[in-house]
Design a protein around this ligand. Sequence first.
Ligand SMILES: [Cu+2]
Length: 240
Amino acid sequence: MHPHGVFYDKTSEGASYNDGTDDSEKLDGVVAPGNTHKYTWKVPSRAGPGPNDPSSITWMYHSHVDSPMDTNSGLVGPMIVTAKGMADSNGRPLDVDREFVSLFTVFDENSSNYLCDNLETFTQETCDNKEVLEDEGFAESNLMHGINGYLYGNQPGLDMNQGDKVRWYLIGMGTEVDLHTPHWHGSTVLWNNNRVDVMELMPASLKVVDMIPDDIGTWLYHCHVNDHIMAGMSSLFTVN
Ligand SMILES: [Cu+2]
């Protein structure tokens, strides 16, 4: 498990590469099934919000054994840091009513550790059938254009009240197709004191925007890249 942004020493970096340290002793980069490893990640002020940031920001963590394959298997998550003096006892920013994390990525399930398991569980095929694996239509069907892994408006829980202070933590991941432009209908957001209703995300980008929804209703929240619109990269949020 490799974290972004926080402070760690070599035994808590969570990445195995030729850095001159002894992986057989530190064991942080590859933790085998059934084994455990304790990571220590410190949060000095340089891991918290910067001068132009709001009261909290997001980092992320992900498996770094085979980073593309592991993140396409879902081994990726957010990590929110709130400025000193701005957090409640749970670490949440005091000046915000609602927080939402959105991961924009095209999960490539062709590159997932679970491809063969999924084939065997949900179809009559197995990975022994190379014709299936090489079929263009099958490969395309495994590109899941999602927000938090949800496609075509199926993401639950994006509910808020009119006038709430809503914070959106945006995370991009993926490869060269993963240029995403999250767009909110019915509201605008502030990013870095700029007024926008569309943001720009590249792989491993981390951005925070604040919204005060004023327009009651259920609204589209989607990536504005044409190919991604057609492939279902959309959710709904509701302002009560
Ligand atoms: Cu997109």
